[in-house]
Design a protein around this ligand. Structure first.
Ligand SMILES: Nc1ncnc2c1ncn2[C@@H]1O[C@H](COP(=O)(O)OP(=O)(O)OP(=O)(O)O)[C@@H](O)[C@H]1O
Ligand SMILES: [Mg+2]
Length: 504
């Protein structure tokens, strides 16, 4: 490792109204190392990255790049200087192609016109160079990409000559294990090229695998920096939460006899012949690889996508859905995977978002009084320990994990008969995860039928009473709690993967 750090931040302070997001943070990153930032939701990780990317100004403190003090007036300055930050929610331009997204702002030109052949060639080469061949079609529109593809496209966009520091904010939260493995390979390649890498993630065990050093933030302060080789996962967790964490999973719920959700021979654009039931108080896990149709199934049940055939009933009442409001009225709730796009009204307050699904229940003569909203919403926000300066804070300004808690608070308020949770702990720290698992257990104990979609195996194995494995738009198999293991799930999820598509 070179003697001088490539990046040095010293005595950084940053406050928002009522929140001290960072206080006196100092840290170095060397070229050719991976430094992980860890910390609970709201600890200040993303804020530090936004200062490095020029999106925020620090209130005080200095940033030094390659020995030179730098001051960024905006993201463009930071990029020019050689720092790139890739955020939790990648910024992909929807109406242009993958290739245009990768080279946006620097499209190859010929005689004044964009040279599309060259553009495709360069994009394909970048995909090849980093082992992502075939992972995404260079001509696909930004809007058609999966979260994983969006992430990779944005990383490729960052990998340009002059790159010194690359920061990734929870890059694997939307990736499958295989995709994450590809990303780790890519990070390894960049480390060898001497780039300084900052890696923010809540997944301890991937941090242990990928990081050289681990920096832990708590309440805006740097608690410590450890060499990954001489620390343990539980040390890091203790540093993050300031205490030792006990059991991650609680399971007190008991399955009742009554079938709440009954799905029979459901078909849609993505699905064929899907049948299953969930009983009151039962947590049914839904496993599968990306593209298996899990999120789409959630949306069909929620009335967002059309069902072409089959029947769905809630508490023995046949369900007809033209719109999510039909599903909500029938007692179905959905906490979607894409919380920023679909789950939350970002510009509205924490409180309004919490009571959103029950506004009609709270209203008198079409009006909801602020005191009624507060009386209903405030206890839930407190219960979930949403870290927010006030109930009136815009949800869009909360940290990622706290936004997710608001989505859950809403369904806690609404108490639906069936609750569909699509990747409920994506981007959530271990401490908050344990709380959310406890909540899911509590919701089930209260008799709610829960459909839990998750790509995190420990989560499915720890919480679900049964697990359905989806593959190619259908149910590949069902596993009881006793039968379920990482291997048995993966075997069902991947079988016949190489089989050619059905001839038309
Ligand atoms: N633009 C903003 N306006 C007001 N408060 C903000 C803003 N951005 C961040 N904060 C607050 O600063 C604190 C740190 O947030 P930050 O997003 O850095 O946390 P984080 O460590 O990235 O958390 P997570 O793991 O949940 O993503 C939080 O209390 C957050 O609510
Ligand atoms: Mg964050």
């Amino acid at each position: 490792m070179p003697d001088a750090p490539i990046l040095q931040v010293a005595n950084i302070d940053k406050a928002f109204p009522n929140v001290r997001a960072l206080s006196d943070v100092s840290l170095e990153v060397y070229g050719g190392e991976v430094v992980a930032f860890m910390g609970e939701n709201g600890a200040g990780k993303s804020t530090l990255l936004k200062i490095l990317s020029g999106d925020y100004h620090a209130d005080s403190g200095t940033v030094t790049l390659d020995g030179e003090p730098v001051r960024f007036h905006g993201p463009k300055d930071a990029r020019t200087a050689g720092i790139r930050v890739i955020y939790q929610e990648p910024e992909i331009i929807p109406h242009i192609t993958v290739a245009e997204n990768v080279f946006v702002g620097e499209l190859p030109k010929r005689r004044g016109f964009v040279d599309f052949r060259e553009l495709r060639r360069r994009t394909n080469k970048a995909l090849q160079d980093y082992g992502f061949e075939g992972f995404v079609d260079v001509d696909a529109l930004g809007s058609s990409l999966s979260p994983a593809q969006r992430h990779i496209v944005e990383i490729l966009r960052a990998l340009k000559p002059g790159l010194k520091v690359l920061a990734l904010d929870e890059p694997t939260s939307s990736l499958t294990d295989d995709e994450a493995a590809l990303l780790f390979k890519l990070v390894g390649q960049l480390r060898e090229q001497g780039i300084g890498i900052i890696y923010v993630s809540h997944r301890l065990h991937e941090i242990m695998q990928i990081a050289d050093r681990i920096a832990v933030l708590r309440d805006g302060k740097l608690v410590g920096v450890r060499q990954a080789t001489d620390t343990t996962e539980s040390d890091i967790v203790a540093m993050m939460v300031g205490r030792n964490l006990t059991d991650l999973f609680t399971r007190d719920h008991a399955i009742r006899d009554q079938v709440v959700l009954r799905v029979a021979n459901l078909s849609s654009r993505w699905h064929h012949d899907i049948s299953f039931e969930i009983r009151a108080g039962e947590v049914l896990g839904l496993a599968g690889l990306i593209g298996a149709g899990r999120t789409e199934l959630a949306k069909v049940l929620f009335g967002e996508y059309a069902r072409d055939g089959g029947t769905v009933s809630v508490n023995d009442k046949a369900l007809v859905t033209h719109h999510p409001s039909d599903a909500i009225a029938a007692g179905i709730g959905l906490a979607p995977e894409d919380r920023r796009g679909e789950g939350l009204v970002l510009v509205r307050s924490v409180l309004e978002n919490t009571v959103l699904a029950i506004l009609s229940r709270l209203s008198r003569f079409g009006i909801v009084s602020p005191s009624v909203m507060t009386a209903t919403g405030a206890p839930l926000i407190g219960k979930l320990e949403v870290k927010t300066p006030s109930l009136d804070q815009e949800v869009g300004k909360l940290s990622g994990g706290n936004q997710q808690k608001v989505v859950l608070a809403r369904w806690l308020a609404a108490r639906p008969a069936v609750l569909i949770l699509d990747e409920p702990t994506r981007g959530i720290d271990v401490g908050a995860k344990a709380e959310i698992y406890r909540l899911i257990d509590e919701l089930a104990s209260g008799g709610i039928a829960i459909l839990l979609i998750s790509s995190e195996m420990p989560e499915l194995l720890g919480l679900a009473d049964r697990i359905l494995v989806m593959r190619g738009g259908t149910i590949a198999g069902e596993l009881s709690r006793q039968e379920a293991s990482e291997e048995s799930i993966l075997r069902l999820a991947m079988a016949h993967d190489a089989e050619p598509a059905l001839a038309m």
